[in-house]
Design a protein around this ligand. Structure first.
Ligand SMILES: Cc1cc2nc3c(=O)[nH]c(=O)nc-3n(C[C@H](O)[C@H](O)[C@H](O)COP(=O)(O)OP(=O)(O)OC[C@H]3O[C@@H](n4cnc5c(N)ncnc54)[C@H](O)[C@@H]3O)c2cc1C
Length: 314
C-alpha cells in the first residue's frame, strides 16, 4: 500500500490497526495524547467476550477474526495472553448463547454457579493488558510504526503530512470528528487484588446487584465492575468499590479480604453500532474506527482486518 497513515489513538484498537497496516506495507505513525498504558484499554479485564457492543453478522465475523488471532497469540507467552477456563453465569429464562457459536462451551455444574442461575463453562483468551499492550506496541515498532505523543484537535490538519487518518480515539472519536454525537461513555470501575490462586474467570453480567466479574490476569485478579452510561468521573468511588468487593466475594469466596493492589476506572466508547467507515468530505482520506463499547479487546483484530481491507481497496 505504501501510504502515509496517521492512526489517532494508542489503545487496543489503534495499536491493532497500526500493526495490521504496517504489516501490509504502509508507513504508519500513531498519534496519541495517552500512551497505551494510560488508556481505557489498559483498564480492561480483558477477556474475549462480546459485551455492550453491536452484534450483527458483520460484527460476528469480526469477533471470529479476533478470537482466532488471540488463540494464535496465546502461543507466544511473552505477549501476555492466556487461554483461561471460565464460567459465564446466566440469569435470563432464555439466555443469549449466540457467543457459543464462536467459542465452544458446555453447561456449567450447578455447584460452580450462584443459587438459582444457569451458566456455561468455556475457555477464552484473557489478556494481561499491562503486558499485552507494551508487547503489541513493540511488535508495531518492529514493523516500523512510529509513535508521537500528541493531541490532535482536527484530523483535517493532518493533510499534507499524511495520506490517510484513521480515527481510533475511543470514547472521544465522535467529538474528534465533529459529526457524531452518538458516542456515550460507559464508565467502568475495577479493583485489582492479589490473586489467592484463582485460575478460572467468572462473569455475571446480569447480577441484579450490579455487573460482577472476577478475571485472573497474570499480575492480579481483576474484580469488577460497573456499567454507568453517561458517567465520566475517572476517580475510583469508594462506595462503588465496596459493592464490587462484596459482590465478587459472594461470587468467588476465595477473593474475600485479599489485599488491594490498585484501582482503575475507564470510559468504554459506547455506541449503538460500531463506526468503521470512510468519513466523506475531509481534507484527507479519513476512516473512523471506534464505538467498541465493552468489547474493544474482543473486536480489536477484527477491526484492524476491516480497516486494512478498506485501505487495500482502491
Ligand atoms: C472496566 C472495564 C473493563 C473492560 N473489560 C473488557 C473486556 O474484558 N474485554 C473487552 O473486549 N473489552 C473490555 N472493556 C472495553 C475496552 O476497554 C474498550 O472497548 C477499549 O479499550 C476501547 O479501545 P480504544 O482503543 O477504542 O480506546 P482507548 O483505549 O480509550 O484509547 C483511545 C486512544 O485515543 C487517543 N485519543 C483520543 N482522542 C485523541 C485526540 N484528540 N488526540 C490524540 N489522541 C487521542 C487516546 O490518547 C488513546 O490513546 C472494558 C472496559 C472497562 C472500562
Amino acid at each position: 500500500m505504501g501510504e502515509r497513515i496517521a492512526v489517532i489513538g494508542a489503545g487496543v484498537i489503534g495499536l491493532s490497526i497500526a500493526h495490521e497496516l504496517a504489516a501490509a506495507g504502509c508507513d504508519v505513525t500513531v498519534l496519541a495524547d495517552l500512551a497505551p498504558l494510560e488508556t481505557t484499554s489498559a483498564v480492561a479485564g480483558a477477556v474475549w467476550f462480546p459485551y455492550a457492543a453491536e452484534r450483527s453478522a458483520e460484527v460476528d465475523a469480526m469477533l471470529a477474526v479476533s478470537l482466532r488471532r488471540f488463540v494464535a497469540i496465546a502461543e507466544r507467552p511473552e505477549a501476555g495472553v492466556d487461554l483461561r477456563e471460565g464460567i459465564v453465569v446466566e440469569r435470563a429464562a432464555a439466555p443469549d448463547r449466540s457467543w457459543t457459536a464462536l467459542l465452544p462451551a458446555v453447561p456449567a455444574d450447578a455447584a460452580d454457579l450462584p443459587v438459582g442461575t444457569t451458566g456455561m463453562r468455556t475457555s477464552a483468551p484473557l489478556a494481561t493488558m499491562s503486558q499485552y499492550l507494551p508487547w503489541l506496541q513493540a511488535e508495531c515498532e518492529a514493523l516500523g510504526v512510529r509513535f508521537e505523543h500528541r493531541r490532535v484537535d482536527d484530523p483535517d490538519a493532518l493533510a499534507g503530512a499524511f495520506d490517510v487518518a484513521v480515527v481510533a480515539a475511543g470514547a472521544r472519536g465522535g467529538a474528534l470528528l465533529g459529526d457524531d454525537a452518538t458516542v456515550v461513555p460507559i464508565r467502568g470501575q475495577v479493583v485489582r487484588v492479589e490473586n489467592p490462586g484463582v485460575t478460572t474467570f467468572v462473569i455475571d453480567d446480569e447480577d441484579p446487584a450490579g455487573l460482577t466479574y472476577v478475571l485472573p490476569r497474570r499480575d492480579c485478579l481483576v474484580l469488577g465492575g460497573t456499567h454507568e452510561a453517561g458517567a465520566t468521573s475517572l476517580e475510583p468511588d469508594p462506595a462503588i468499590e465496596a459493592g464490587i468487593l462484596a459482590r465478587c466475594a459472594a461470587l468467588v469466596p476465595a477473593v474475600a479480604g485479599m489485599p488491594i493492589l490498585s484501582r482503575a476506572v475507564g470510559l468504554r466508547p459506547g455506541r449503538a453500532r460500531l463506526r468503521i467507515e470512510e468519513v466523506p468530505g475531509r481534507a484527507l482520506r479519513v476512516i473512523a474506527a471506534y464505538g467498541h463499547g465493552g468489547s474493544g479487546m474482543t473486536l480489536s483484530w477484527g477491526t484492524a482486518a476491516r480497516v486494512a481491507a478498506m485501505l487495500a481497496a482502491p
